[in-house]
Structure formats: structure tokens, C-alpha cells
Design a protein around this ligand. Structure first.
Ligand code: SF4
Length: 375
């Protein structure tokens, strides 16, 4: 997708070239967007992008298809919206996931703000290295990508390294300081890329194992403790849908959704609040022509096939064998290759397919065939 170095992550200051222009990734401060910021992003996506804002698995938002000639104008507007950092180094370090279920009075917002203010104290870290401030009523981000986590146990806050089952009890006022110290320990380990890999390889961070986090399952669309969880169909929120729900602050989640801090935000067909919506059963990447690695169009096929996917099953439509949209196995996988799709049941793109070189019409017919093996 890019000629940059392995592990590099795009930002708003370091956009990524793709098949349809530049991709700019926006990292909301403290995991929260104001209605004015949502409206501003919708305007930018409409004026300079492809008419939608992509929600990512790291709770960020992306504008794509930005022309290089428009980059300065987009960055100026992001600056006006307070959605951009002062320099690329700061942007890379501000890789902070924030619990979308924090409540007034818990320490989540204060910890996120403290960490954001102390980023300069961190050592150089791999671009994908990230932090989770998961200190709502229970940890909800345990399945999302992060290397160091501040969470809640039954007796107070803990600092936990990815890969460890238990964390060290920390007073609220010391949590970020201890986290920074642990980041320095990580940075001193030769060749370390991610904390989970390091711990999985047998390393033991200098951290007490006092307690396990309290946990709660990921949010699904619909009512959520601080308001309403609204998912983007196939991870892309159309600008008019984003405008419609911009009635209260929003908390981006790593499940390609936003928690709107309102009990009943306006409904929009492109803003999913029904957990049984079939579009939620499909993982799909942008495909052709948006990604230069894709030889097939993916979005239209995902839209056409979604109603055929039974409840509980997952269909993954991948533009190529990289399989960006869904890193885990899926019940049915369609992988683009040389302008056609390979089909595989139960696996990942790149695994040996059971059928090769199918066209979209063949696939729809296969899924509708009552005699074909079910998903
Ligand atoms: S999986 Fe999709 S988005 Fe990822 S590189 Fe392939 S075509 Fe591009």
C-alpha cells in the first residue's frame, strides 16, 4: 500500500499515498470528538476526500482520496479543528486508545490528558507501539491493539503489559509515570517491536503481578452506557450520516463505531444502531481503485453479499492476500487475485483457497445455492 518503511503508520502530518490519493489519519484528543469536529471532518471528506470518513481498528478516523495539491488546505482545517499535532514525532507518539465507556468522576480523561501532555518523556518507540487508558467501570479494550495498559482491577488501577495476565497496582497519580518508566524498559530491549511479542518470547517486564483487570465485552451497536453506539457500514461513515449524528460529543471505538453521548441520536440508514444489521457481518477493505494493491472492487460485493451472510457468521472480502480488514480467520473469505476472487471457508486471505478465479455473480449464486455447504 505504500513505499514507506515497514511498521510506519500514517498520520495527518505524514499522509500515506494510496491508489486514490492521500490517506490522512486523525487521532482525536483523549478519544473524544466534539460535534463541531465531526461536522468539520464531514466537510473535509466531502470537499477534499471521497465522501466518507473511515473508522479504524485503533479508534482513529481517516480521510482518503485527498489530492496532494489539497494537503495544506486540509491540514490547515484540521489545525483549526484541533485535530492535528504540532509535529510528526508528537503525532506518532500520540497512539493512545481511550475507553469509550468512561464515566464522569473516573480517572480516564485525566489520565489520557496527562499522558498526551507527557509524550516528550517517552523514548523512541516502534511506530505501532500504543497505549490503552482503559479505566472505565471495567476494561473493554483488552482485545484491541496496545502495548501498555492502565486498567481497573477490583481494588484500584493497575498498569499491565500486553501479554501479561496481571498488572501492578498503581495509585492514580503515579500511573502515567510508571507507564513511561516501563516504556523506557521496553525501548532498551534489543530489537523489540511489540510488547506482546516480547512477553510471548519469554521476557518479563519489571512489573508486579498484583491483580487482573476487570473486563467487559466490546460494545455492539445500540444503547451503550454513556449514550448510543453507532457503527459505520463497512467501516465507512458517509458524510451525511456523520452530520446527522453530530448532536453530542462522540467517542470513537476500535470496533469501527462511535459512542454518541446521547440516548437517542437521530437515525440515519448509514449509521447502524441495530446489532443484527447484516452489514456488521462483513469485513471488507477499500479494494480497487482506492488501494493500489487491489485488482478487484470489494465494496460493492460486500454490500451485495451482506444480506446472504447468516447471523453469527463473518464474511471477509479482501482486495488482496494481505487481508487488512480482518486479521483473524473468517467463516468465508473472498480474496482478490488477478481481477477475480478466490474462495475459502474458514481461514485467512492467503490460505489455500477451495475455489479459484470466481466472479461476483458466481459467488452470489454459490451463497444462494441451498445445496452448497453452508457458512
Ligand atoms: S487487503 Fe485491501 S487494503 Fe489491504 S493491501 Fe490488500 S487491497 Fe489494499
Amino acid at each position: 500500500m505504500s513505499g514507506r518503511v515497514k511498521g510506519w503508520c500514517p498520520g495527518a502530518l505524514t499522509p500515506m499515498p494510496s491508489g486514490d490519493g492521500l490517506v490522512l489519519r486523525v487521532r482525536p484528543r483523549s478519544g473524544r470528538l466534539t460535534p463541531a469536529q465531526m461536522l468539520g471532518l464531514a466537510d473535509l471528506a466531502e470537499r477534499f476526500g471521497d465522501g466518507a470518513v473511515t473508522l479504524t481498528s485503533r479508534a482513529n478516523l481517516q480521510l482518503r482520496a485527498v489530492a496532494p495539491a489539497d494537503l495544506e488546505a486540509v491540514q490547515a482545517d484540521l489545525r483549526r479543528l484541533d485535530l492535528i499535532d504540532t509535529d510528526p514525532a508528537q503525532e506518532t507518539r500520540r497512539n493512545i486508545l481511550v475507553s469509550p465507556i468512561w464515566t464522569q468522576g473516573d480517572p480516564t480523561m485525566a489520565l489520557a490528558a496527562e499522558l498526551a501532555a507527557r509524550l516528550a518523556e517517552l523514548p523512541p518507540l516502534p511506530a505501532k507501539f500504543g497505549f490503552a487508558i482503559d479505566t472505565g467501570p471495567a476494561a473493554i479494550l483488552t482485545g484491541a491493539s496496545a502495548d501498555l495498559r492502565i486498567e481497573r482491577s477490583s481494588s484500584g488501577l493497575i498498569l499491565r503489559a500486553e501479554g501479561m495476565a496481571r498488572g501492578e497496582a498503581v495509585p492514580d497519580a503515579r500511573a502515567v509515570t510508571r507507564l513511561i518508566a516501563l516504556a523506557h524498559w521496553f525501548a532498551a530491549q534489543p530489537g523489540a517491536r511489540r510488547m506482546g511479542l516480547l512477553v510471548g518470547g519469554g521476557a518479563r517486564p519489571p512489573l508486579a503481578a498484583d491483580a487482573a483487570p476487570l473486563t467487559t465485552p466490546p460494545l455492539r451497536p445500540g444503547p451503550a452506557a454513556p449514550g448510543t453506539c453507532v457503527a459505520a457500514p463497512f467501516g465507512r461513515m458517509a458524510t451525511d450520516a456523520l452530520r446527522a449524528i453530530a448532536v453530542a460529543p462522540a467517542r470513537p471505538t476500535p470496533w469501527r463505531s462511535l459512542v454518541i453521548e446521547a440516548a437517542s441520536p437521530p437515525r440515519h440508514p448509514q449509521a447502524i444502531t441495530d446489532p443484527d444489521d447484516p452489514r456488521l457481518r462483513v469485513a471488507v477493505c477499500v479494494g480497487k481503485p482506492r488501494c493500489s494493491s487491489a485488482s478487484v472492487e470489494t465494496m460493492r460485493l460486500a454490500r451485495d453479499l451482506a444480506p446472504l451472510v447468516p447471523p453469527g457468521a463473518v464474511l471477509h472480502v479482501a482486495g488482496c492476500a494481505k487481508g487488512c480488514a480482518h486479521p483473524r480467520p473468517a467463516d468465508l473469505v473472498l480474496t482478490g487475485r488477478d481481477g477475480h476472487f478466490d474462495l475459502l471457508r474458514g481461514g485467512r486471505p492467503g490460505d489455500p483457497p477451495q475455489r479459484r478465479s470466481l466472479d461476483p455473480a458466481d459467488i452470489a449464486a454459490l451463497l444462494k445455492d441451498p445445496h452448497a455447504p453452508s457458512l
